[in-house]
Structure formats: C-alpha cells, structure tokens
Design a protein around this ligand. Structure first.
Ligand SMILES: Nc1ncnc2c1ncn2[C@@H]1O[C@H](COP(=O)(O)OP(=O)(O)OP(=O)(O)O)[C@@H](O)[C@H]1O
Ligand SMILES: [Mg+2]
Length: 256
C-alpha cells in the first residue's frame, strides 16, 4: 500500500532528514513510528503525501508513484490520504460539521467548495463520520468550543469524510492528557480495525506504541534501525533506537 524505495531527503540547508529508507506498509496495518526528537519521524510521514519533497528515491502508493505524480494524478492520490496533526488543524471559528465537510474538497470544484455548497451525500458522510467518533451531537457547535480530545476527533472525522484509505497522524495525542490520549488512540484503532484504513502514527510514548501498534518502525538519525512486530520491540530494542536506556517520561504511564 505504501512503499518506500531508497528514499532520502536532504533539506536545502544540508540537514539529512531521511537516509536510504526502504520498507513496505501493507493494507490495514497500524504502524507506529518512534524515535528521538529530530530522528526524522515528521519528515517521513510528511513525505508520504508530499507535504515534504524527498530528494532521492521514490514513494509508491497503491502501485502508483506519488513522487512522480503531477496535476490530477497527485490530487487523486492525496485524496486517499488523511492527515492528522498534533494541533488538530481545524478552522476554529467554523462549525464542527463544516470542518468535517472540508474533507470533501478534493472531490469538488474550487468554486463549489468556496461557496460551501456540499451535496446531501457529503453532509450524510460527514455526520456519519462524526457518529463514528461519538461526537455527532457537536455537529453545529463551533470547533473552538470543543475540548482538545473532541477537536482531535473532529480531525479524525474529517479524514473519514474524505474517505481516506490511509491515515497519517503526526503526534496526534501530544497535546492531550493521558485519559483523552487513550480515547483518541482507541478511536484510531477502532477505525483501523472496522474500516481497514491503513494507519501510520508518530508517537513518542513507548508504552502507547506497544499498546496500539501492529508493527513498530524505529528511526534514528533519518535511518530505519528497527522494523518489526510489537513482540520484538523489547526494552533493549528501544534502547537501540534511542541510543540509550528508556527514561520514565517516555512512558505515558510515567505521567499518570
Ligand atoms: N524545514 C527544515 N529545514 C531544515 N531541517 C529540517 C527541517 N525540518 C526538519 N529538519 C531537520 O530534519 C531532522 C528531522 O526532523 P523531523 O522534524 O522529521 O524529526 P522528528 O523525529 O519529527 O522530531 P520531533 O520528535 O521533535 O517531532 C532534524 O534534524 C530537523 O532539525
Ligand atoms: Mg516531529
């Protein structure tokens, strides 16, 4: 579903973001990417939908190179990829429903979406998506009136309304308290299992990575230093990824 072929990225200032990355993510996997700050997790995730351009190699999505795609091809590939950010990326003054509907813009002309003219089918999809993350009753509330966890669920609903086949989440729970963190991670897992949406999440809590992932990819200085099932992601493996022993504040449990 997502194939990295000899992918490297050097930023214009010479910083190496990714170094010769090779792996294949299969449909329906729940991948967690771990690594120290600066290891390249965000760079890797953002290169998948070309928020960042890679400088070498190729990324293939469902048999099509997104690296080589332009115009309509690129737009269609991006439509299949939902993105979730630490800071939710919602339009704060708009309603929850309108935010979720923005997941549909890739399917319509710019004019139509500028005017906010979404067909009934889209509104139905958006409400259904809100239902799935248990905040249907918030549809007509302004986004900034929701709690952090609820706002993150709106952004998950937006990806669902988009009918994304892949969800990329960059530190989706970093701004949330431990309880809300679990609720949002549970939502992501439920969606992954019920809808088979391939999910790639950057996380910096090791225990959460072990709890939710089906497979863990460890990055260190832009390189893959671990790639395996949770059962192999032992404390020793994590020390290897981090280049040192695990600290207490790298465990969510250590914060409760
Ligand atoms: N726009 C940029 N220009 C130059 N260097 C960058 C840029 N963005 C990131 N980097 C560098 O690329 C490397 C990887 O950064 P990246 O943001 O991918 O790390 P990360 O693993 O997501 O870290 P964190 O856990 O802090 O979010 C780091 O050395 C970083 O300083
Ligand atoms: Mg990051």
């Amino acid at each position: 579903m997502i194939e990295f072929q000899n992918v490297s990225k050097v930023y214009p200032n010479g910083t190496v973001g990714l170094k010769n990355i090779n792996f294949t993510i299969n449909k329906g996997e729940f991948i967690v990417i771990v690594g120290l700050s600066g290891a390249g997790k965000s760079t890797l995730l953002r290169s998948i939908n070309r928020l960042h351009e890679i400088t070498e190699g190729q990324i293939v999505i469902n048999g099509r190179s997104i690296t080589a795609a332009t115009g309509v091809q690129l737009r269609n590939l991006r439509r299949d990829i939902g993105m979730i950010f630490q800071n939710f990326n919602l339009v704060k003054r708009s309603s929850v429903l309108r935010n979720v509907l923005s997941g549909r813009v890739g399917y319509h002309s710019t004019l139509r979406t500028l005017l906010g003219l979404f067909p009934k089918h889209d509104i139905h999809l958006a409400l259904q998506a809100l239902e799935r993350v248990n905040i249907r009753e918030k549809a007509y509330v302004r986004a900034d009136q929701l709690s952090g966890g609820q706002q993150q669920r709106v952004s998950i609903a937006r990806a669902l309304a988009q009918e994304a086949k892949i969800i990329l989440a960059d530190e989706p729970v970093a701004s949330l308290d431990p309880l809300t963190t679990r609720q949002v991670m549970d939502d992501l897992r439920r969606i992954n299992q019920e809808l088979g949406i391939t999910t790639v999440v950057n996380l910096h809590f090791i225990d959460l990575a072990r709890e939710y992932a089906t497979r863990i990819i460890g990055l260190r200085a832009g390189q893959v230093v671990f790639d395996g099932p949770v059962s192999e992601a032992t404390d020793e493996a994590f020390s290897e990824i981090y280049g040192r022993a695990i600290k207490r504040d790298e465990l969510l449990g250590g914060q409760e």
